[in-house]
Design a protein around this ligand. Sequence first.
Ligand SMILES: NC(=O)c1ccc[n+]([C@@H]2O[C@H](COP(=O)([O-])OP(=O)(O)OC[C@H]3O[C@@H](n4cnc5c(N)ncnc54)[C@H](O)[C@@H]3O)[C@@H](O)[C@H]2O)c1
Ligand SMILES: [Zn+2]
Length: 357
Amino acid sequence: VSDRLEIESYKGIYSAEFIDRGIAQLNANPPEHAHIIIDRNVAEIYADDLSSLLASRPVLIIEATEENKSLDKCQGYIEHLVAGQIRREQPLLAIGGGIIQDITCFLATTMMRGLPWFLYPTTLLAQADSCIGSKSSINVGKLKNLLGTFTPPNKVIIDTRFLDSLRPEEILSGVGEMLKVHAINGPESFDDIAAHYSEIFTDRAVMKKYIFRSLEMKKKLIEIDEFDKGPRNAMNFGHSFGHAIESATNFGVPHGVAVSIGMDMANFIAAELGVSNRSHFDRMHGVIAKNYEPYKHTPIPMSILFEALAKDKKNTATQLKLILPDQDGKIQIGLYDNDDNFKAVCKGFFSEILGVS
Ligand SMILES: NC(=O)c1ccc[n+]([C@@H]2O[C@H](COP(=O)([O-])OP(=O)(O)OC[C@H]3O[C@@H](n4cnc5c(N)ncnc54)[C@H](O)[C@@H]3O)[C@@H](O)[C@H]2O)c1
Ligand SMILES: [Zn+2]
């Protein structure tokens, strides 16, 4: 496996590169005039590793919460950067997960009509998924991800050593997104990652290989559809159900784990509706179920789940837009009647597969 990917964007080519001593290199040789935006936990855990970097630059430390990823909070960040005398050609350097990435990308896009920016993703979700694809999103009050742009970083540097300090549920969450993009790439890709599922957690080289593969698969979709008008929508496999599960559990299930339950549900429902067949559910169920095992018994109120499912902007009055596998296990986007039969099939998943009623 190579260690470097180049992604073609409407803004030009940018790269995502795996660097094994990336943290040490950054500390020794930071990009000139960079202004650092770093996750509070990461700044504490890696305080020694990043000591000279953090002492030598203007640093904005942010706690990774959805509230801090909001329009209201941006004013403070901007004032902080201005107090650090930021100028137009000076880059922002993000060190953190998806929250720090989203904030930095948004500031880099809008401040002075555009600053260069670099990204050191520190969560598995960010390393294997969000670090490429150009999206930024900011919350406005309770409206999640309402403001946003498409602005890729100038460069992504991935040091998998950051994963050492992640909580186990953050790893499961990232693996959920990795399973997803493999499923979208096709049955062979999914079966391949499934065959190595346990090693991902125990062998760093295997983890790295599948992070790389996940990015390669996402690259194919974002290069043909960077602005998410068509083929890239497939990246939302498992997400309609996943988002509904997040709502119904008050975000008690980590995102990529909710997406894992969502993919299992999509495969089950597709088979029950005759869109796909049970063999695809069975083929994927073992590994997907392992990925949500610790959250299998989280109570999920059905009424809230159905309400949340119906809220998707892409639905019609009577139909839901869902991403389901077809007879060949290929992931397809379609409209399905939101009727009593559909609800009965959903409930069937929870009673038959999760053993809850
Ligand atoms: N822009 C995109 O394309 C995109 C894609 C997916 C998700 N997102 C957004 O990303 C956010 C979720 O991001 P996330 O899942 O990466 O997590 P996160 O940024 O919310 O971080 C999760 C937790 O892990 C901690 N953390 C981060 N790195 C760590 C490390 N190396 N060691 C120990 N702890 C660490 C953080 O402090 C935080 O407590 C959401 O707001 C979502 O909307 C954006
Ligand atoms: Zn996701």
